[in-house]
Design a protein around this ligand. Structure first.
Ligand SMILES: NC(=O)c1ccc[n+]([C@@H]2O[C@H](COP(=O)([O-])OP(=O)(O)OC[C@H]3O[C@@H](n4cnc5c(N)ncnc54)[C@H](OP(=O)(O)O)[C@@H]3O)[C@@H](O)[C@H]2O)c1
Length: 250
């Protein structure tokens, strides 16, 4: 599909914009570009309750849209009403889950849902695409439990990374941010609806985790994703390592 005329107002689509990383991405995008319209797409399609207490999200530039990336036609249908009116500068996918707990579900949500997000971003003419995958620097350490506990999660992440890497025609416009454990205040828990209000400050816990494996601040991660999709410059590599994220596209 040819890109939309640049005379249209700019917009960003954030898949998984109701989650921990996704809501940080929304805030970063609202702050980094005051002209940007932002569409947050997730299955619920409603703003998490806690957002109503945060001034940054109180704007008509932000809309929540319902669509399930595992039923991609629902996302296409939801976006059909809005995309012709905007120049979609980029899509950021923060979709991925370990719940409901099954390896098959992890492969589907981390892999297939993100492949659908990337495919849809290309269909709607988005210039840039960023997806959050997972740091792999501990994968070969015998004591690191996650490859054994959640192999489906890593397989899903590998699927989307390989899918993006294979699209050589789009080289430089799409990246996978290989994040370590994400530090910040979590206001949604995997498996709990976003209507449930919680606030779990993870910084204390992650001081411990930091000794075992790489971590990254949620604002640093969100900032890198937003800087990349809003920049005209192209990426040099598809895979962005956790250490590169804080200064990425500065
Ligand atoms: N948190 C970490 O420490 C960490 C570390 C490394 C990488 N990551 C990756 O970073 C990404 C974001 O993580 P997070 O902690 O922010 O996760 P999260 O809080 O669980 O958020 C996941 C988001 O995905 C949406 N979603 C799930 N399935 C969907 C589907 N089929 N279609 C559309 N939307 C769907 C959820 O919204 P609805 O429920 O409304 O659909 C939610 O907005 C994930 O890919 C994760 O693997 C996270």
């Amino acid at each position: 599909m040819p890109p939309f005329p640049k005379t249209l107002p700019p917009a960003l689509v954030v898949f998984g914009g109701t989650g921990f990383v996704g809501t940080a991405v929304l805030a970063e995008a609202l702050l980094q570009n005051k002209d940007l319209q932002i569409f947050a797409v997730s299955r619920t399609g409603v703003a998490p309750k806690w957002l109503s207490a945060e001034p940054v999200y109180q704007t008509t530039r932000l809309s929540f849209v319902s669509g399930d990336l595992l039923a991609p036609q629902t996302v296409r249908d939801a976006l059909r009403a809005v995309t012709p009116k905007y120049n979609i500068v980029g899509c950021i996918s923060c979709v991925g889950a370990i719940t409901p707990w099954s390896q098959t579900n992890m492969v589907r949500t981390c892999g297939d849902a993100n492949i659908n997000a990337y495919t849809i971003s290309r269909e709607i003419g988005a210039t840039k695409f960023a997806v959050i995958t997972r740091d792999r620097s501990n994968m070969d350490d015998w004591w690191y439990p996650f490859p054994y506990l959640i192999p489906g999660y890593y397989e899903g992440k590998r699927k989307i990374e390989e899918f993006v890497e294979r699209d050589v025609e789009n080289a430089g416009n799409a990246i996978c941010l290989r994040a370590g454990f994400v530090v910040g205040t979590r206001r949604t828990l995997p498996g709990l609806p976003t209507s449930v209000k919680i606030a779990v400050p993870l910084d204390g816990l992650y001081k411990l985790v930091d000794r075992l494996c790489p971590t990254i601040g949620v604002e640093e991660l969100a900032g890198a994703a937003v800087r990349f999709v809003l920049a005209e410059r192209k990426a040099e590599t598809v895979l962005v390592l956790n250490d590169e994220i804080p200064n990425y596209f500065e």
